[in-house]
Design a protein around this ligand. Structure first.
Ligand code: NAP
Length: 252
């Protein structure tokens, strides 16, 4: 049985990823602070297991407790393959770098980067110890490669996600394992994160008019479309290229 651990399943891209894994017969362990009943119903409809773990990814001790709980649950199951999708993320703080408070930077890096690294490291180890096929993906952003005025935290955390991905992939290549570690840039999607971006002021975020126009001109992709691309990439296991930063625009 294949299991996918997905973070940020309460809404947006993560909710779609969890649903589409289930439709492919993959059992899902979802992590977020809030829970949606949609996923339990979807699991029943698709005859797969869904378990939700409430966890604040800003809190390292909560992450460690969740990792232990998920591993205990995996130990009870007949697992043949393990996928991890680090999808949860935040855009804030959005402002000129000199105006950003220290606590907000720490919180941002913890959610967007540290939590992803902790989860990847833990489940890569678990899969290695149990000799399971492992594919680990982290959701990145075009902002990883392009400086954006007002997004110093976000551009930095996503750039670090890409380099972390390439480094862990290199380690796996060097040791000739079959594990694959990738990142995925999902493009612009119609989610709460975009709503939050549009609520910035021009002083905080210089490109605000461009992002408002994305919504007005219906240019934001649906999360189901984007999630479908990522789930297809991951479940086509033998074609996954270790260390690759995939981009949705190459597929849609
Ligand atoms: P979203 O609609 O704001 O959803 C974010 C998800 O992350 C929620 O399920 C939320 O769950 C979870 N999350 C946030 N903070 C958390 C915390 N402290 N602990 C646990 N979970 C937390 O965002 P989205 O647009 O779907 O974004 C998904 C991913 O795509 C992110 O990595 C984002 O950077 C990336 N991305 C998005 C866009 C876009 O246009 N939307 C573009 C490029 C990249 P809870 O609130 O329930 O905890």
């Amino acid at each position: 049985m294949k299991f996918a651990i997905v973070t940020g399943v309460s809404r947006g891209l993560g909710l779609s990823i969890a649903k589409l894994f289930m439709e492919q017969g993959v059992h899902v362990f979802g992590i977020s602070r809030n829970k949606t009943d949609q996923l339990s119903r979807h699991a029943a409809d698709n005859n797969v297991i869904f378990k939700h773990y409430s966890c604040d990814l800003a809190d390292n001790s909560a992450i460690n407790a969740t990792i232990s709980e998920v591993i205990a649950e995996l130990n009870e199951q007949e697992v043949t393959g393990l996928y991890l999708v680090n999808n949860a993320g935040v855009i804030e703080p959005v402002d000129q770098a000199m105006n950003i408070r220290a606590d907000d930077i720490i919180n941002h890096i913890q959610i967007n980067l540290t939590s992803s690294m902790l989860l990847m490291n833990a489940f890569l180890k678990k899969a290695t110890m149990d000799d399971l096929l492992f594919i680990g993906a982290t959701v990145s952003s075009g902002a990883a490669e392009r400086p954006v005025d007002g997004w110093s935290a976000y551009c930095s955390s996503k750039a670090a996600v890409n380099m972390y991905t390439k480094t862990v992939a290199l380690e796996q290549d060097e040791r000739k394992t079959e594990n694959k570690i990738i990142a995925f840039s999902p493009g612009i999607m119609d989610t709460d994160m975009q709503k939050q971006i549009r609520s910035s002021t021009k002083e905080e975020f210089a490109e605000i008019d461009k992002f408002k126009a994305y919504k007005e001109n219906d240019l934001l992709r649906k999360t189901d479309t984007v999630a479908g691309v990522l789930v297809d990439i991951i479940t086509d296991e033998s074609s996954v290229i270790n260390g690759k930063i995939y981009n949705v625009t190459d597929y849609v």
